[in-house]
Design a protein. Sequence first.
Length: 395
Amino acid sequence: MKRIITLLSLVFLVLGIAGARDKDSYVKITAGPYVTNVTGTSFTVIFTTNMDAVGWVEIAPDDDTHFYNVERETWYDKRGLGRKPIGKTHKITVSGLEPGTTYRYRAMTKGVLEQEHRKSIVYTEGYGTDLKKHPCKVTTRKENYDKLCFSMVNDVHSADSVFRKLYADARNKYDFVCFNGDMLSSVDSEAMIMSDYMKSAAKLFADRTPIHYVRGNHEYRGNDALKLYDYIDTPGGKTYYSFTYGDFFFLFLDGGEDKCMSDVRNLDIMITEDYVKEEAEWLQQQIQSPEFKNAAVRIAFCHMPPQPKGWYGNATVHKYLAQPLDKAGLDLMLCGHIHKFKQFKDEDTGVSFPVVCNANLERMDVTVTKNEIRLEVFNPDGSKIRNLAFPVKRQ
Ligand SMILES: [Fe+2]
């Protein structure tokens, strides 16, 4: 009897190991896909896999043909510089598209079980997003907009359950969603970027609605802080950038850390003042650009509000970013950081354009026309708690 039990145990053990090996040999998409840096002619798709893999994207027009009707265009991660990168994070830019056009896309992957230098690579079976359960579509930026609707959230600090409530009804609702900094308290691990908010964003809206990311002071922190930009794509590749939607001009600014560079809590690792100075030079070029000069509406996002008498970070934003924008003419600056709603007085910000902070864990929906910028703020229960508008002075 004892022998039979021992034999059966061995059989179950072997089956268990085989089952586990089997499971590990299947590649899966663990988070995403979501879209970012959606221009008039291109978009970037990001997703992660459970194992090292090659990722790619297939695209099709948004027509009545089956996705499998013909060979579809295939796009790979160009970070491999001529070789398909093998990894768990996949960032694929599709280009050469038509403005204001909707495309279907499919995130695809093939796991890599073994690599033996130049001899062989052993792949798993291929895997892709389910065409029926998860049809992904994205619309390239149009050339003209009479009205633009976007949403902003900030200072989520990894409160994913609240974030999911705020964006439960967000699918196909906005032209873009801006994450205005401090989405987590510290990038302690790369995995947190997906698990703490991006995975939810992808499920709720971002497989179709582009994300614009603004780096907050907390995104400078943590061992994996620099990996954040493997999960975001920006025009120009910096953390500060501009985007135009027709006549509407948007600046996404990086205010750096909130404390002086020598502060002991900066761990002798921050050089954000130099970075913001470099950004200020870029900002001068933006201000001189015909797109900025001719824009009907100009809005800037910056995590920390300008306050010349405030913390180092607020004073830096005022000195290098807000002052030049005040001279050039800005319609509104949208900020976060202080964890409460606030519409500042000019004497606090040292500038004449309106500055509004959105509270943490509240959602600000914004509608822009050539005459007005309207802000509506919602709490996690979906109740509208604020409604205010700023007339656009420049015509
Ligand atoms: Fe902050």
